[in-house]
Ligand binder design. Sequence first.
Ligand code: URA
Ligand code: SF4
Length: 217
Amino acid sequence: DYDATPYLPRRGGLPAHRRAAADCQGCPLFLEASGTVFGSGSASARIVLVGEQPGDQEDRAGEPFVGPAGHLLRKAMGEAGLDERQAYFTNAVKHFKFTLAERGKRRIHKPPSLRELTACRPWLTAELHLVDPDVVVALGATAGKALLGRSFRVTKDRGTLIPLPAGDRPRSPGSADGGKGLVVATLHPAAILRSTERETAYAGLVSDLGVAAEALR
Ligand code: URA
Ligand code: SF4
């Protein structure tokens, strides 16, 4: 079945993983996208933000959260008292999945399947082990399911501190304090951009990010 595992390096830090991920063929999504969009940001970040998958602009740039959703997210982080320079940004799935609009060349985002999500998961696991953050923010349902399992529901689970499952904590007993290992789920910023109640949805994002900021104190 689809699986990124054979493409992961046996050792090395984030740069080695980023290089290896560029050649991942663990599922068919590598075929149509421009390239792998690996996570980016500080390797010593205390907070990791996990989205669904790169969008059109991220696919072109090769960097996560550089498009409209990323812009909204960074603004909300600032308002919640989170420093984006001390954060690590990534996605549950590392390749852009899309269909072409009937006319023209516009690429329309398609949600990843459970198989693709499962295939790509080893990259996220590796990132979480390497960065070892205190808090992980799950942006939307796909990230929530990737981190907390299939019973995750944004409406039910958002805005509260949930323990990060043991498999995502570093294996090394050397990191004795090993971070706090908490997850906070919230809405996906792209969903907020599409929302008819944008102000309310945005305020909810800032409030949930505030829970993450508080947990870092
Ligand atoms: N949406 C995501 O989930 N991730 C990105 O990197 C950009 C938009
Ligand atoms: Fe590999 Fe993930 Fe890309 Fe699939 S989406 S090819 S598993 S990096």
